[in-house]
Ligand binder design. Structure first.
Ligand code: PLP
Length: 441
């Protein structure tokens, strides 16, 4: 790999050494560790950019894994959050703003007939699965390969890649995403490859009457933004209805990003339960479980237990009210999608000029870049593809002050502030051109 003039990370490197003594891997989320000499410590973010403690200024396409939909430290949202701070935090009682935000969510997403708030995506999906179990009286659930639904034990399963024989018609063996996840949990889980219609029907034939829920991320924000085909999600809907299974569409990443009513709105599919998080409050911690009234009413004494000390925190709620207002009433989502399209067009121009075959996955607001003529249509296709060009390019992009995920799993997230600051696009395209040439060297 050609060395670029060294980006100064002296302060980050020194901070890493100090942090290592108190914080495992020197970080508070394992995914923030990028190596002993490349782990960055942030000074602050503003708009579509992040500054590290060495003063390097990056155009940021990770946006905290998606939440900063308007941009970091958005003045409108922060002013609202300050008002929320004046309210006082949490009370072990409810506030009026909960209904205001819930009403907005229901107006934007028709399937969200009733709404409950939680704090993180993980919590929302945990609650959604519990609700599905309470409603159906069943315990098992179906996952889709390549989906990510948070850190709780029930969600941390993928299929054993040694057993990817699609002809065998066996349920793939489940393997955990790491240690500490008890194998007994997997007795309740099944997994199926996305966009494989036959396997999905087989899965329901075999297990449908025991399934409480099918969990699907129709745009896989943790797997190169690979999309489920609309027909596949429609089939999932049909099968869930036929077998009395709750369809949970996990919109933690896509919700209030790909459209006002999320990916379910774009695909025209109505889930029983939806989970939202990330973009709801532009980065303030809040998540949402929403769904069909008859199902949601099972959050009750003697039904599905749900709560939490910090649910519907006044700061996050106030931030959510303002963020959703902006997303609903202004052209912010259009600005985001237009920027995504311009960025993709600019990247393609650079790659086409060098005869580099490539394609995109996902939505312009959260797209994956893939170095093959046709993009992967499921996790297996992505996992078995050659993504080394991407990984090397991403490494150079970091050195050129563009933050993207170090591998192609996470998409490029776009925020409104990118679209409002023309220098983001020019800086990015200049860096992409340089990075691509370095990879080709
Ligand atoms: N569901 C999806 C689709 C996600 O992308 C994520 C996180 O990236 C989660 C759930 C978990 O959310 P959190 O990290 O807020 O717990």
């Amino acid at each position: 790999m050609t060395a670029l003039p060294k980006r100064n990370l002296d302060k980050s490197n020194a901070q890493f050494q100090r942090a290592l003594k108190r914080l495992p891997l020197g970080v508070s989320s394992t995914f923030r560790y990028w190596g002993d000499d490349r782990t960055i410590y942030v000074h602050h973010g503003k708009g579509g950019r992040t500054w590290d403690i060495d003063g390097n200024n990056y155009v940021d396409y990770r946006l905290g894994y998606g939440p900063a939909i308007l941009g970091y430290a958005d003045d409108r949202v922060d002013a609202a959050a300050s008002k929320g701070m004046e309210v006082g935090g949490v009370f072990a009682l409810s506030t009026e703003r909960e209904l205001i935000v819930a009403d907005r969510i229901s107006r934007m997403v028709p399937a969200a007939e009733l709404v409950r708030f939680s704090n993180s995506g993980t919590e929302a999906v945990m609650a959604a699965l519990r609700l599905a179990r309470a409603y159906t009286g069943r315990e098992q659930y179906l996952l889709v390969e390549g989906g990510y639904h948070g850190l709780f034990d029930a969600a941390m399963w993928m299929s054993n890649m040694d057993e990817w024989d699609l002809g065998s018609n066996q349920d793939p063996e489940l393997v955990p995403y790491g240690k500490g996840i008890p194998p007994t949990v997997k007795q309740l889980a099944h997994i199926t490859p996305m966009n494989n219609y036959e396997r999905l029907e087989d899965m329901f034939k075999k297990h449908g009457d025991k399934l409480a829920a099918m969990l699907i991320e129709p745009i896989q924000g943790n797997c190169c933004s690979i999309m489920a085909e609309v027909e596949y999600v429609r089939l999932a809907r049909e099968l869930c209805t036929k077998y009395g299974v709750m369809l949970i569409i996990d919109e933690v990443k896509s919700g209030f990003r790909v459209g006002k009513s999320g990916i379910q709105g774009l695909m025209g599919v109505t889930p029983d339960i939806t989970t939202f998080a990330k973009a709801v409050a532009n980065g303030y911690p809040i998540s949402v479980v929403a769904g069909r009234e008859e199902v949601m009413r099972h959050f009750r004494y003697g039904g599905a237990s749900h709560g939490g000390t910090y649910t519907a925190h006044s700061v996050s709620l106030a931030a959510a009210e303002e963020t959703l207002r902006i997303l609903d009433e202004t052209d912010a989502l259009e600005t985001i999608a237009n920027y995504g399209e311009s960025l993709k067009a600019g990247i393609s121009k650079i790659l086409d000029a060098r005869n580099i075959v490539h394609s995109y996955t996902g939505h312009p607001s959260m797209f994956g870049l893939f170095f093959a003529e046709t993009p992967p249509n499921n996790y297996r296709a992505w996992k078995t593809s050659d993504y080394s060009f991407y990984d090397t390019m991403a490494h150079y992009l970091h050195d050129l002050n563009i933050i993207v995920e170090p591998d192609s799993r996470e998409p490029w997230f776009i925020c409104e502030a990118h679209g409002k600051d023309p220098s983001c696009l020019t800086d990015t395209l200049n860096a992409v051109e340089r990075a691509v040439d370095l990879v080709l060297e």
